[in-house]
Every structure is written in C-alpha cells, then in structure tokens.
Design a protein around this ligand. Sequence first.
Ligand code: C2E
Ligand code: MG
Ligand code: MG
Ligand code: MG
Length: 285
Amino acid sequence: YAAKNGHGGGPVFATGLDDHAKARLTMLEELRTGLDRGELVLHYQPKVTVDDARRVIGMEALVRWQHPVHGLVYPDAFLYTAESADLMGRITTTVLEMACRQSRRWQDQGLPVPVAVNLSVSDLRDPDFPDQVSALLLRFGVPTTAIELEVTESVLMTDADTALVQLGRLRDMGLRIAVDDYGTGYSSLSYLQVLPVDDLKLDRSFVVRCGTDPRSAAIVQSTVGLAHSLGMRIIAEGVEDMEIFERLRVFGCDLAQGYGIARPDDAATVTAWLLERAGVEEPIR
Ligand code: C2E
Ligand code: MG
Ligand code: MG
Ligand code: MG
C-alpha cells in the first residue's frame, strides 16, 4: 500500500496507523450522523432470581448501533472510540431516554420491570449528570426506583473519588446502583465498604468456570458472602447453562443473567417473552 502511494521506504506500521486514524474518523463522523438519525437501539437482557420461579427483577439495556451499511454494530466496536472523542455523554443521554421510554411502556402494560443503564467515565465526571437524569425521569413519568445504573469496576477506579460523590447523589435520588464486571478491576475492600451500591455483578469470567474450576467456585462463593455481609445483592453474569444456575443456587447467589436464561433482544421480543412468562410463572415484581 505504501509503495503504491509513492511513500516507499517508510516504516511499515505508519500505513497501519494512517488507516487506523482514517477508519476512526470515518466511524466518528458516521456515529455523529447516526445519533442525529436515531440509529442507536437498545436490546434488553433480563435479570432473574436464582430459584425455581426465576422471577424477572430487572432488564439491562444494552446499546447497539443499527448501521445503514454494516448492520447491527455491538458496543465493544464503537464505545471506546466514542469515549475518546467526547461523544459518550450524548450516547448515554440517548440510551437513558430510550430506557425511560421503554420503562414507561412496560409500566403501562402492567410489567413494571426496572431498567438498568450502563454508565461511562465521562458520565461520572459530568457534574450536571444527576440533574439530567432527574429531568429525564420527570419527562417520562418514570419513578427513580425504576432505573438502575451499572458502573464497571474499572470505570469506578478511573476516578474513584468523583465516582463516590456522583453515585452518592444518584443513589440519594432513589436510583439503584450496581458495580458491573466485579472482580476484574482494582477496587479495594475499603473502597467497596464506602461505595453507595445496591448490587454487585460478579464478572462472567468467574461464573463460566465455577462448575469446573474449584478456584473460580471459591471466588463465587466468597463473593456471595462478601456482598451479603455488606448488605448488597449479588448477580452472576454470563450464566450460559442450567448446570451453572444450579451451582449458583447452592452458593446462595441472589440473581443471574446470561444466555442460558435469555439472550439480549429487542424490546418487542423481550416484551413477548415477559408476557408469556407472566402467564405461566410467578407474577413480575
Ligand atoms: P456488560 O455491562 O457487562 O454487559 C454484559 C455483556 O455480556 C453484554 O454484551 C451481553 O450481551 C453479554 N452477555 C450476556 N450474557 C452472556 C452470556 O451468557 N455469555 C456471554 N458470552 N456473554 C453474555 P454487549 O451487549 O456486547 O455489551 C458489552 C459491554 O458494552 C457491556 O458489558 C457494557 O459494559 C458496554 N455497554 C453496553 N451498552 C452500553 C451503554 O449503553 N453504555 C455504556 N457506557 N456501556 C455499554
Ligand atoms: Mg452492564
Ligand atoms: Mg457486566
Ligand atoms: Mg461484562
């Protein structure tokens, strides 16, 4: 490529970087347009109780980009770039708005299921964020208890002091807070002790192995104990089969989420799933 363009002799990686930078700019341009055109969509994945009833106690909103050419693009492919270009604030606002609208719809359909939204570093750094959240809730007539916020351990630790203050404000407003991907970051027990948090979501990497690897099983078991002694609920993420689900029940885990229970899907599909279950299973909280 370099030779063809008459830059022969330059370091090989220069071409790669050029391409990379170009691709990044193209993506950002398309993402800005996409945001204007409403190309972001939400999929939802249920959180259920670890018992026979498997009651749905929440839905996690997961963002996707319905790209006109590339089709459905997953968050790992565009969120990092968006964050580095200061676009994350707009994305979170859009996601929160869609989540509030859906929460309102589910309430109106007699399915009052709380919706969880994932936050990023820039949301926690934005001093106006709690006020924005409160304005959105008001606009859609959604009670604060109907929205949960998930923050990964690594996002928390990027700016631990600020996170503490911001999450404190949001929790005082009545929103539930969850630590996401717990066990993969570097938070200390003393930080966890002061963190205003309701739920601990144990990272998938420990959960997938807890049926076969005794060390992962020990981690799951002791994290359940830790969460409970701090007055938090514990959620296992990445539950891919019923064998793991049964292990989690033995370990005393409260909630579970994963492909083995339900894959994330669009609102219509998830609503049908909810209605079908509401008929045969225990009523939804
Ligand atoms: P997360 O918050 O930990 O979300 C769980 C991810 O694991 C989702 O991937 C979900 O589809 C996937 N997953 C769920 N169950 C299973 C399972 O049983 N097995 C496996 N292998 N995977 C499972 P997704 O949707 O690609 O999202 C990836 C990450 O992107 C999320 O991880 C979250 O950190 C971030 N993200 C998604 N939506 C948003 C958003 O609106 N805002 C922000 N800031 N981050 C978001
Ligand atoms: Mg999450
Ligand atoms: Mg997670
Ligand atoms: Mg995860």
